[in-house]
Structure formats: structure tokens, C-alpha cells
Design a binder for this molecule. Sequence first.
Ligand code: HSE
Length: 394
Amino acid sequence: MKKLNIGIYGFGTVGQGLYTVLQKSKTVDATLSAICVKHENKKRNLHLPLLTFDPNRILDNPEINVVAELIDDADEAYLLVKKALKKGKNVVSGNKKMLAAHLEEMIQLQKETGQSLLYDASACGSIPIIRNLEEYYDNDLLKSITGILNGSSNYILTQIFREGKDYATALKEAQELGFAESNPDADVQGYDALYKLVIITAHAFGPVIPAEKVFRFGIDQITNFDVRFAKEKNLKIKLVAKVTKTGKDEITLFVAPEFVNKENYIFNVEDEYNGVVIEGEFYDKQFMFGKGAGAYPTGSAVLSDITAISHQYKYEYKKRKYFALPRFTNRLSLTVYLRYHQEEDLALFDFDEIYENYKGRENRYVIGKICLEKLVKINNEIEKRQLFLAVFNE
Ligand code: HSE
């Protein structure tokens, strides 16, 4: 077991979580040498000599052999991680946005530098999904991965469905509890879940899919009408991220609210918990469940990445190494509920079939079949409108 000397970037929710978890854990032989933060005037409960405002104090310290990158800004994180790897340091990162955007380069950099970059903490908080995809699911039997990958939006939906709270109150609570991103649009508009899905897909099937190619719709336009519609049918609405092998050599991805029933494993995944259903040939379904947001669950996941580094663990990216990469396609037909107010909003959607059409005084909805390809094309346009969309689980 390698002796670790750690430098941390960032002392927000996750950084503070790691700090506490590190102090309690006896499993790792580690010294914490520096914590680099941005804002000099913020009050912090920290042992002062550890604190620095100069990123180079970590990068230029040859004693530090593990960098924990736990900052908010994806662009800064990208530069720091790159520099740290090039300086011969191992890195753990929780920055899903940065990783989703630069994973190809990060894989290459690990090869070139021989250093390890671990990021189990970036997807699903405390659920060890990435290392399991690498090590246990190291074959080509995977068929799909479906999950609740964002704790904040799940917390909000739970408060709305179970407690009857309104959206704004639930969102405020998710922020106060430290679940949400600093810009919570990333949570409620599905970006955060999408970045995690991109990372998970790379370890499940091999390719790094550009996030902008994937259809993404969030929960920020949900209204009481939509909630009532689901409840009348004994359904819940969950923000679901999904990657599916559609053909022998094709995969498709999307992030969208989905109606789920009691039979569905994610039906009872509530509050800030995440849940991931793994489907494969011959073994049908498996389910992983755990806290997806918050200081300690995520701090524990970072600790686990750090201890893995002490055992010289590296991701091997086995799907890329041993199998042909599947192609990405948006040729998937979905059954969709679309609630809208104006006819011009409906006109944006080129449904292939319509099964149900309701026109009330205030709310209107259609249920019909539409292809993901068409939804991706109007992704930006529909986001600005007061409409809500949810997919039926099939
Ligand atoms: N904002 C994220 C979430 C934090 O709510 O899931 C954990 O990645």
C-alpha cells in the first residue's frame, strides 16, 4: 500500500465532506498537506497552515502524490487536473461536467503520464457504479443502464409527490441541504444527470458520447396538473437517465422525466437517493441504491477513490480495449406525454402517432409516439416554453 500525501482543491460541500471522512477513516495511510481555496475572505473552520490560495502550492510540491479536485468551476478543474497529471500526480475528481466534456483527453493523458485519474465520486455519489462497470461488468453482456442520477431533482420530486410541497420550496430545501449545484439549473434541467450518464456510458459500453448529441429534458416546468395526471394512475415521475443497447452495435441515450410504476425498481428511490438498474443478457436486472448527493456520501466516495489509488488502482477502460465501440444513435421511438398551453408549442412536435388528445380550459396534453431524433432537434426550442414532457416506461 502506497503512502499518500494529499492536496485538495476546493472546500465546498464535497471538500468539507472529504475532510471529515478522512479524519475519521483509519483505512488509508495519508497525510493531508494542503487545501487550496479561491475566496480569501470566506470564514472557514480549518487548520490554517493547511490553507492556501495559490494552486501552485499543490502542483509544485513534489511530496504531494494525490490531488483531490473538488471545485465547482469545470474549466478551472480541467486545467488543474491536466497540470496535476502532467506533474506526475494521481488525481481524484468529482467534476462530472469537466469529465463529460474532456473524458477522451483524460483517458489519453492517463496513458501518456502513467498516472491514475479516478472519479467514482462524480457519478451517483456513494454508489460505486464506475468501478463495478469496469471490474464486474467487464464483458459485453450489458443491455442497458437506467438510473436516477441526480439527488437534488429526486429530492424535489419526492417533496412534491410525497409531501405535497410546491416546486420552489422543495428546490430551496435541496439547496439548503447542500445537494444542489451552485447553479441549480444544472440539476433541475437534467444537465448534471446527463454528464453522469456520459461518464457511465464510457465505462459501460466504451464510447464517450458528446453531451450535446443527447436529448435532455428536466423537471423545472412540472406543474400540479402533471403531478395529478401521474397520481391518478398510481404513477410517480422521476428524472431518469438511460443508455440502451438498441442493436448489436448501437447505443442510444436520453435524460427525461419518466412515469414509473410500483413494479419499477426506482419507484421507491426517494429524497436525495440515487438508484441504478443494470440490465444484461442472461441475468435480467440488478439494482444499486445509495445516497447520490450531500457532503458525507460524496466525501466517502472520494475517500474510496483515494484508497484505490493507494492500491495503485487504475481504470482500464476495458470496453474500449477489448470490444468494438458501438455507434451512437438517436433512432429510438418513445411514448411521450406532452402537456402544453399554446397550440404553437404543440406544433413544434412532429409526433409519429397520437393516442390521446386532451384540451381543457387551461391545460392541454397529448400522448403519442415520437422519435428521439426529432426531440434532439427541438431541444433548445422547447426548453424556453411552458410545457412539460415525460416519457412512458416501456
Ligand atoms: N447536485 C448533485 C446532485 C450533487 O444533486 O446529484 C451530486 O453529484
